[in-house]
Design a protein around this ligand. Structure first.
Ligand SMILES: [Zn+2]
Ligand SMILES: [Zn+2]
Length: 302
């Protein structure tokens, strides 16, 4: 009986839809408060989005966006700034959330071989920077805005060098010079590789001949020891072999490279030691919840 009362309080008789439509603002406020309280826990959010189509829609429109803003406020502002329909990002907010928090792992492809597959995983912390992104753009396309993470480093059995896995995202990819060039040159989309974030088809940037030297220098890799793909929604994912930490000579080259091109002071610096990096934006998963896996996260309900 008490459950019946409870139900009637939450849902007036014959008005099931109203919970999410007419009185939707109230419910959305509650959802916002709840998720704010749990620090936008992505695992909880992906499970909530699986509960019903209505909740899925609210999550897609509102909650994932707030999760992204909670983890990377500056980056989100930059990504939507000046983009028509700036409340949307390529592939949707749930895809951006996954890209911010999840290292996609690595499987062999025709451009990059590994002796064993590396599964994807949540990255405890990640740092994205547009200075780093600029290193992945040839000079002609440096007007495009691209954020790229520092590589997530993995020791690989039977391989001296560590594997670096990195990811990134373009602002307004549909209007970018990079996309114009890929289309203009009629670069073929890859047959067997899909974007690990949105599932869309991808271009290989090595096949397209659009990998500048600055990319492997930035990563701390060797020429030819890297690959990255860009999907039709503007998500980047890639792999490289990480050379042992650079010598002084390499650092000098990198300094020149970073000074070459436009960058903002607040987003460009070298770490005192270790691999090159920039201040960028540090992103943490930010939850104490024990992860139950990423299946629901990687395959949001439709
Ligand atoms: Zn990783
Ligand atoms: Zn994608």
């Amino acid at each position: 009986m008490s459950s019946g009362n409870q139900k009637s309080r939450l849902n007036p008789p014959g008005n099931d839809v109203a919970e999410f439509s007419e009185s939707g603002i109230v419910n959305e406020r509650i959802l916002m408060l709840v998720f704010e309280f749990v620090n936008w826990d992505p695992h909880l959010l992906s499970r909530t989005a699986c509960v019903s189509r209505k909740l899925h829609a609210v999550a897609k429109r509102l909650l994932w966006r707030h999760l992204c803003m909670s983890r990377a406020p500056r980056m989100v502002v930059a990504l939507v700034n000046g983009v028509p329909n700036g409340y949307q990002v390529g592939g949707g907010w749930h895809v951006l959330a996954k890209l911010l928090l999840f290292c996609c792992g690595c499987e062999s492809n025709r451009h990059f071989r590994v002796n064993q597959s590396l599964p994807g995983h949540f990255a405890k912390t990640s740092r994205f920077s547009k200075t780093s992104g600029r290193s992945f753009l040839t000079k002609k396309f440096r007007e495009d805005l691209l954020y790229v993470s520092d590589p997530c480093e993995h020791a690989m059995e039977g391989h001296e060098e560590d594997l670096g896995v990195y990811r990134g995202v373009f602002r307004g990819f549909r209007r970018s010079k990079t996309r114009d060039c890929l289309i203009g040159r009629r670069v073929e989309l890859e047959e067997n590789v899909r974007c690990p974030y949105c599932g869309a088809r991808v271009w290989s940037m090595t096949s397209a001949g659009l990998v500048p030297k600055s990319a492997w220098r930035r990563l701390g890799s060797h020429e030819g020891a890297l690959e990255y793909f860009v999907c039709v929604n503007g998500h980047l994912h890639g792999f490289c072999w990480l050379a042992p930490l650079s010598s002084d000579e390499d650092d000098d080259e990198l300094d020149e490279d970073i000074d070459d091109g436009v960058h903002e002071n607040c987003d460009s610096q070298m770490e005192e030691e270790g691999r090159p990096s920039s201040s960028g934006e540090m992103i943490e998963v930010g939850s104490t919840v024990d992860w139950l896996g990423h299946r629901s996260f990687s395959s949001p309900p439709v």
